[in-house]
Ligand binder design. Structure first.
Ligand SMILES: CC(C)(COP(=O)(O)OP(=O)(O)OC[C@H]1O[C@@H](n2cnc3c(N)ncnc32)[C@H](O)[C@@H]1OP(=O)(O)O)[C@@H](O)C(=O)NCCC(=O)NCCS
Length: 299
């Protein structure tokens, strides 16, 4: 991708067997593929933990604390705190020289948060999403990226909602689905892709959701058709997370081949706490990159 800085080649993050956690690494997380030099996208997920039990909660900025104070529901507060600690921990996993509390953010005109400081090369881009039972954070160097997670355990009429919220072709596809859970899940697939894409563009739901159309894969990759954007510039990833959640990721990778997405096991409260302990007990970069380990990577 033109203009993006290439890191020196470093070994790829190796897949971690289920349940195993890497607590210290000697190198920062790779932000570019050692093989191709293409950007790598990293995704972290975490189950929300009650406010007050999240290690690293003290890293929140004044703005974040003000937002937290304005939230009335315990469940919203838990999601917000978990997502913010996850984001700060994950950013510092990418740039271990920066303490999680140091990251400062700004908000774009349509609400998209970005890193304000410290400035890094490459520039880290991110997006976060949270829903009942899951918080997630996507980070990649330089490129636009969007993420959405939604709970599958919802009661709604997918055919009616599709007529109101999706494009005509998508609504026809939902109407033709077998019904019940299959139809509801297919609607959530469209919805998460739309939110990931609109967030990837930084527009959120100011982009009318019926104004562009997804063609769901498989067979073939999921594709976007939009009148004001080149769908071929975007790569979409989507999968079911556990029994209850759908995840969608949108990456504006341009005309390049598909990028690799590395999925990490959540930065649990225990892992964040351990990372914090490593930080204070040693100034070595090895100790300061101590976090939970990576999951599998895929295209
Ligand atoms: C951004 C938007 C799409 C949020 O969607 P959401 O599903 O409610 O929330 P998510 O958890 O996925 O994303 C929220 C995060 O997106 C980020 N975000 C906010 N505005 C954004 C924008 N314009 N572009 C990219 N990211 C944005 C923020 O980090 C926010 O988290 P925070 O508030 O804790 O800082 C919002 O514009 C919106 O209006 N949502 C309405 C959702 C809705 O109607 N859902 C119906 C489902 S059937």
């Amino acid at each position: 991708m033109g203009g993006t800085r290439r890191e020196p080649a470093v070994p790829p993050t190796s897949p971690t067997p289920p349940g195993e956690r890497i607590l210290a690494t000697t190198r920062p997380l790779a932000l570019y593929s050692p093989g191709t030099g293409d950007p790598l996208a990293h995704l972290w997920t975490a189950e929300p933990a009650p406010e007050g039990t999240v290690a690293g909660q003290e890293w929140l900025s004044r703005d974040e604390r003000d937002r937290l104070d304005a939230m009335l529901l315990e469940s919203d507060r838990a999601l917000f705190v978990t997502a913010r600690v996850l984001l700060r921990t994950a950013l510092s996993r990418c740039v271990p020289a920066v303490d999680p509390a140091e990251w400062a953010f700004r908000t774009g005109p349509q609400g998209r948060p970005e890193v304000l400081s410290p400035r890094t090369a490459p520039r880290l881009r991110f997006n976060i999403s949270h829903t009942r039972g899951l918080a997630a954070c996507l980070i990649c160097p330089e490129i636009d990226c969007g993420l959405d997670v939604e709970c599958l355990d919802r009661r709604f009429d997918p055919v009616r909602l599709a007529r109101a919220m999706l494009s005509p072709a998508e609504a026809d596809d939902i109407a033709a689905a077998p019904g019940g859970y299959v139809t509801a899940k297919r609607f959530i697939r469209y919805w998460t892709l739309k939110e990931a894409y609109s967030k990837g563009r930084g527009l959120g739901l100011s982009l009318p959701t019926a104004s562009y159309t997804f063609r769901l894969g498989p067979p073939g990759p999921t594709r976007l058709h939009a009148s004001d954007d080149d769908g071929a510039d975007w790569q979409f990833g989507q999968w079911q997370h556990g029994a209850d959640h759908m995840v969608a990721v949108a990456l504006r990778r341009g005309p390049a081949t598909d990028l690799a997405l590395v999925r990490h096991r959540g930065v649990s409260a225990a892992a964040a706490s351990q990372a914090a302990a490593w930080r204070t007990s040693s100034s070595s970069s090895a100790a300061r990159s101590a976090l939970s380990g990576p999951g599998r990577s895929f295209r």
